[in-house]
Design a protein around this ligand. Structure first.
Ligand code: AMP
Length: 510
């Protein structure tokens, strides 16, 4: 079939084509949140529901391109909300309903939006067969994803239709997906840009998006029941999630016979994970992709082969997509050459125009190249070796925990906002190069006198923090002490604190 359109700017051309060609093919399947029933949304229904959302938004909002929050989990209405928003000229902000109300409110304030679509609201909308779904202009914001910000407030990365086209055109060119025959795993919440890979590759190819919900992810039995039912052909997840599945010995081609591709992004892919997948899925391909939300999901990719695994060292993140340049800058800002380490810079059409309503944050990391191309300083260290890029960690306090991007300063700022906290440091505890959990060292206004009071005060802090931060950002351990150990230049000694937390957290200054 001649798709005749780019996947993002021509989204509705494709969607209508699929709805005509196979109206009853499921566009989305997910376990119904809160029950054990699976819910399916066909292409015909998706188009109709997106139209109902677009009609509703046109009645509710001026035609000003203002963003709309879509707040839920993996309900099929979420997709209708995203497409209906875009089709009526509004970018959407996907938020997971596990977020505390305060964080949702701070996103709404930052985006200056009062309109929130929920699955319940979307389900209640009457059909609107006359509603138009209008294709977005290339420069129009398509979605805005909020990520952890070091100021304690999340920041909104604006992604235009042009950015999304650049990403999807590349992925569609690199992988021979079969139109109307793919089923993509959706593991990441829609609020995390990894989900953009599965969601829009699925829609672009007339595929089925199969969502596993947080309830299934938290229960191995339910998870594997879903995976048995899903008949997945393409796996999109963080490496951590695949590692979790590999703990089940039957996770392999016998159980998932149609699986052809594993697409990873968001954190380091360990050689052991890739090797075990290639062993268990002899006909499957394993791909490592890399990129920040600010450059639309992923910018580099590489297929992991036995030859790449043979030397036994870290795996590469690959080569940039055609049409996007990547280069390295050393500590002094000059372009690194040879095999020198440097900060990875991305310049190309997939780079975001910046952070929503925050020119200050935008100017700090985005800039224009001499040829007018948008560029982004990633804050990631990288190195070229044999024509491939290797990721070598962060320059700052941003970490990845199970694929979630977290600014440690975001947690610290939110701790400092609590009345009982005088000072604090949050540190990652790492094993085999991957963060295992976070620990907070807190200097309280008043040190509790007994062990029981210590535990109670730490629990209280955790509860107060939970009202402000997503659950994945909550430190597993909170230690109270009268002082933080300092380095020679007067900063909290994070290395020492990390070691203490790894060894059970005995405080040096009780
Ligand atoms: P996010 O914006 O949530 O996608 O996080 C982007 C950050 O995740 C990057 O700046 C890297 O620090 C890290 N990251 C993404 N992909 C990879 C990868 N394949 N290997 C190692 N780190 C990665």
């Amino acid at each position: 079939m001649n798709l005749g359109s780019s996947p993002a700017t021509g989204l509705f051309v494709r969607l209508r084509a699929w709805a005509e060609q196979f109206p009853d093919r499921p566009a989305h399947v997910a376990a119904s949140v809160g029950t054990t029933a699976t819910v399916r949304l066909t292409y015909r229904e998706l188009l109709a529901r997106a139209g109902a959302v677009a009609g509703y938004l046109r009645r509710q909002l001026p035609d000003d391109g203002s963003p709309v929050i879509v707040l839920g989990h993996k309900e099929p209405e979420m997709l209708a909300g995203f497409l209906g928003a875009v089709g009526s000229g509004h970018p959407y902000i996907p938020l997971d309903d596990s977020l505390p109300a305060q964080r949702v409110a701070s996103v709404a304030a930052a985006a200056n939006t009062a309109l929130t679509l929920t699955p319940e609201l979307i389900a209640s909308l009457p059909p609107d067969p006359d509603a138009e779904l209008t294709s977005p202009r290339p420069a129009a914001p398509f979605y805005i994803i909020f990520t952890s910000g070091s100021t304690g407030e999340p920041k909104g990365v604006v992604i235009t239709a042009e950015c999304l086209d650049a990403f999807l055109d590349w992925m569609l060119g690199e992988h021979a997906f079969v139109a109307g025959a793919e089923t993509f795993l959706n593991q990441a919440p829609f609020s995390f840009d990894l989900s953009v890979m599965d969601l829009y590759l699925s829609i672009a190819t007339g595929g089925t998006l199969y969502s596993v919900t947080r309830r299934e992810i938290g229960d191995f039995k339910q998870l594997f029941r879903a995976l048995d039912e899903a008949r997945l052909t393409a796996w999109v997840s963080t490496p951590s999630f695949a590692q979790l599945c590999l703990a089940e010995r039957s996770f392999g081609a016998g159980r998932l016979p149609e699986m052809r591709r594993f697409l990873f992004c968001g954190e380091t892919l360990l050689p052991d994970t890739a090797k075990r997948l290639l062993d268990r899925f002899p006909d499957g391909e394993v791909w490592n992709t890399y990129g920040p939300t600010e450059a639309t999901v992923a910018t580099t990719s590489v297929r992991i082969t036995p030859a790449l695994l043979a030397p036994g060292g870290p795996l590469p993140i690959g080569r940039p997509r055609p049409g996007t340049r990547m280069y390295l800058r050393d500590d002094y800002g000059s372009v690194s050459s040879g095999g020198e380490r440097g900060e990875m810079i991305i310049a190309g059409p997939n780079v975001s125009p910046g952070y929503l309503g925050r020119p200050d944050l935008t100017d700090a990391v985005f800039f224009e190249e001499d040829d007018g191309c948008r560029a982004y300083r990633t804050g990631d260290w990288g190195r070229w070796r044999d024509g491939l890029l290797y990721f070598e960690g962060r320059q700052d306090g941003q970490i990845k925990l199970h694929g979630y991007r977290i600014e440690l300063a975001d947690i610290e700022e939110n701790l400092l906002a609590l009345d009982a906290v005088r000072d604090c440091a949050v540190v990652p505890v790492t094993r085999h190069g991957a963060v295992q959990f976070l620990a907070a060292f807190v200097v309280p206004v008043q040190i509790p006198g007994t062990d029981a009071a210590h535990t109670e005060a730490a629990d209280q802090l955790r509860a107060e923090l939970a009202a402000r931060l997503p659950v994945y950002m909550l430190p597993r351990k909170i230690y109270l002490q009268s002082l933080l150990p300092m380095t020679a230049n007067g900063k909290a000694d994070r290395r020492l604190l990390s070691e203490l937390a790894a060894n059970g957290g005995a405080a040096p200054h009780p």
